[in-house]
Design a binder for this molecule. Structure first.
Ligand code: GLU
Length: 304
């Protein structure tokens, strides 16, 4: 059946800064996996978190992708225009009796949790708000759900959500929909069959799988690529002042990203145009060669 062999991938950047080497790796990996499968490749701008957004970053990211020859299919989708979809999903989960209001602040959660477990919600408001305290955020009950995903590169990941995460946030105290909810709704609504992204998000995937099951949404295939880190093992990003990647005639950043992913390079790589390099890399994309590590040190690239 054609429908089952159809592939639709996506790159979903947050506009919190320019495209750096780490985000180029994720963009290139998802692009090549899609093109290797003769699939579509979409770009979705994850601009829900307006307080963290950097003015001009969304346009800048799109221009940079295009300058690297990473041309997407169809119009770019902006999460900031899709609140109605997230509200509808929240309503479905509420109808299932799984959503509750939570009055806790971050420091209250930290104070009431044992050392090393401050990231796990202890369930304080699960059976009702404390007297006189208004709800700030909305959480979903996870009960004792065991979420399981099978990643094409990282293998099986299991998470006992109750023990390892706790009831998690769907709508934040500032009224914004949480990433976990929006990403699940959008991937399903856009008909995404394959998610290729950084391994830092592997930890979030069981929560996303849980929401997909509750909302009766299809399960995409997952491939979590190693993320680029500094020599101090910090993820490249705003905190590490990761420089913007710049496309150049010698394709240095693309070659560095392919090398980072341990992908083969064409024999005459120095003479390949950008288009030739990308076509060759898509044809020869080899997931068995990808490094299994979840973090790898980024190379020094000129202009990057
Ligand atoms: N917007 C997320 C980020 O930039 C990626 C989300 C995803 O690929 O699921 O980290």
């Amino acid at each position: 059946m054609a429908a089952t062999s159809h592939y639709r991938g996506r790159f979903a950047p947050s506009p919190t800064g320019p495209l750096h080497f780490g985000s180029l790796v994720a963009a290139l990996g998802s692009f090549l996996d899609a093109r290797h499968h003769n699939g579509e490749w979409l770009v979705r701008m994850e601009d829900l978190d307006r307080p963290r957004e950097v003015a001009g970053a969304a346009d800048d990211i799109l221009k940079t992708l295009a300058s690297f020859g990473l041309h997407w299919d169809g119009p770019v989708v902006y999460q900031s225009t899709r609140h109605a979809l997230y509200d509808a999903a929240l309503e479905r989960l509420t109808d299932l009796g799984l959503v509750y209001g939570c009055a806790c602040t971050r420091s209250e959660i930290a104070d009431s949790s044992p050392e090393g477990q401050q990231h796990i919600y202890p369930g304080t408001c699960r059976n009702g708000l404390p007297a006189g305290r208004p709800a700030r955020a909305l959480r979903v009950r996870v009960n004792d759900h065991l979420a399981c995903i099978n990643d094409r590169l990282q293998g099986e990941t299991r998470q006992q959500l109750g023990r390892e995460v706790g009831d998690f946030i769907l709508r934040r105290a500032d009224g914004l929909h949480a990433y976990q909810l929006a990403v699940v709704v959008d991937d399903a609504e856009q008909g995404i069959t394959d998610i290729v992204r950084g391994a830092d998000l592997l930890i979030s995937t069981p929560r996303q799988r849980y929401l997909q099951q509750l909302l009766a949404l299809p399960e995409p295939r997952y491939l979590h690529l190693p993320i680029a880190v500094t020599s101090q093992q910090e993820k490249l990003g705003k905190q590490t002042n990761a420089p913007a990647v710049i496309s150049d005639n010698g394709n240095q950043a693309l070659i560095a990203a392919l090398t980072f992913l341990r992908q083969p390079l064409p024999g005459q790589v120095a003479h390949a145009s950008q288009e030739e390099l990308l076509q060759w890399a898509a044809k020869n994309w080899d997931i068995t060669a990808l490094p299994r590590q979840r973090e790898l040190e980024a190379p020094a690239i000129p202009g990057g």
